[in-house]
Design a protein around this ligand. Structure first.
Ligand SMILES: NC(=O)c1ccc[n+]([C@@H]2O[C@H](COP(=O)([O-])OP(=O)(O)OC[C@H]3O[C@@H](n4cnc5c(N)ncnc54)[C@H](O)[C@@H]3O)[C@@H](O)[C@H]2O)c1
Length: 345
């Protein structure tokens, strides 16, 4: 499979999974991003695929399954936006075909599955995989990282983070607080600190009466990094009031806080107020655009630089440890092997 040069025709994308985020990525690839065109779609539910072609006016072939889409001669790169359990097999098939693949999180539903992808990519000999961790592309996190890297607050000693959703659907379970929600912090905090995790513990505060009875909500995840930084992340998915992402870094000589998304400050009726977003899509809208543009540009230039299969694996190893910690209540080591030089930072 030859990769086009930056000046060449648009990169021809195939999208597997046309649900919420698949449609959103198809929209941005079609209307917001440069250098790409969606030429193929597939969904286990063919009506979903047909609907996205019709409603978004795509000139795209509908494939009966993801395997046929990956093999199609006119598909140069693949977006995997189906549900998590299907990701591993599609990503492995894309690697086997030598096609670059952007895979939404999770890269695979288990750390073992992620490791199989890492091994396949290393055997292929060139990076083909970008994982859909978008927070490193968020301007707020980038500004926060720039402050940390400048040394202005000294070495980071502690991080206080929160990941709050207004509510979650009925099928959301206690371990999904880790695999679906905390997974974003598990990725972005490694990147922010250029560090890895040593151990995790999960503690459960008093249960919110707004949570489903079978869901432990909120949870607090306590993390120690290899450098000794201590992180606490509050995961509270029935907070009612908004989608609220917080991160404060306490350094040796100062603190730095993730900026709020830009909002108009309103002074009215004897009050100062600003809106809190309620939808994760809006909160990270810009980051989704930039991450996918980076994938498209990287494929066209022949070098992928975004979150790698190793990053997907590292997050999955930490998530697995958190699940064990939820059940045991104890401190659980995070056994991430040494990073292969193939994935050097
Ligand atoms: N990066 C982020 O912030 C973010 C946000 C939302 C979703 N996601 C991830 O994106 C993925 C999709 O989430 P969603 O919210 O769009 O879910 P969704 O349920 O809205 O859509 C999933 C689609 O995949 C299809 N599908 C299921 N199994 C399939 C298979 N084996 N082959 C082909 N199609 C299949 C379904 O029919 C459905 O149309 C999940 O892994 C989710 O974790 C990431």
């Amino acid at each position: 499979m030859s990769i086009p040069s930056p000046s060449a025709a648009p990169l021809r994308l195939g999208v597997i999974g046309t649900g919420a985020i698949g449609r959103d990525h198809i929209r941005r690839c079609t209307h917001a991003l440069l250098g790409c065109t969606v030429v193929a779609v597939s969904d286990i539910n063919p009506e979903q695929a047909a609907d996205v072609v019709a409603t978004q006016g795509l000139d795209a072939q509908i494939h009966s399954d993801g395997w046929a889409l990956i093999e199609a001669a006119d598909v140069q790169a693949v977006l995997v936006t189906s549900l998590g359990p299907s990701h591993e097999d599609y990503v492995l098939a894309a690697i086997a075909s030598g096609k670059p693949v952007f895979c939404e999180k999770p890269l695979a539903v288990s750390a073992d599955g992620c490791r199989r992808i890492v091994e396949a990519e290393i055997a292929h000999g060139k990076r083909l995989v970008q994982v859909g961790f978008m927070r490193p592309y968020d301007p707020g996190y980038q500004a926060l990282k720039a402050v940390i890297d400048s040394g202005r607050i000294g070495a980071p000693l502690m991080l206080h983070c929160a990941h709050r959703n207004p509510s979650v659907p009925a099928h959301y379970t206690t371990d999904m607080a880790i695999t679906d929600t905390l997974i974003h912090e598990l990725d972005v905090l490694r990147w922010l600190l250029a560090d890895d995790y040593k151990s995790v513990q999960v503690v459960f505060p008093r249960q919110s009466s707004n949570a489903q009875p079978y869901l432990r909500d909120p949870q607090v995840v306590l993390i120690e990094t290899l450098n000794g930084t201590r992180i606490d992340v509050e995961v509270f998915v029935n907070c009612q009031y908004g989608y609220d992402i917080q991160c404060e870094v306490v350094g040796e000589s100062g603190t730095a806080r993730l900026p709020e998304p830009p909002q108009v400050q309103l002074r009215s009726t004897a009050q100062v107020s600003s809106v809190i977003l309620t939808d994760w899509k809006e909160r990270f809208m810009a980051a989704y655009d930039v991450e996918l543009q980076a994938f498209i540009d990287g494929v066209r230039a022949g070098t992928l630089t975004g979150p790698s299969a190793w990053d997907g694996y590292a997050a999955a190893v930490a998530a697995d440890a958190c699940i064990v910690a939820q059940r045991s209540g104890g401190v659980v080591p995070v056994g991430l092997p040494e990073r292969p030089c193939f994935y050097s930072r």
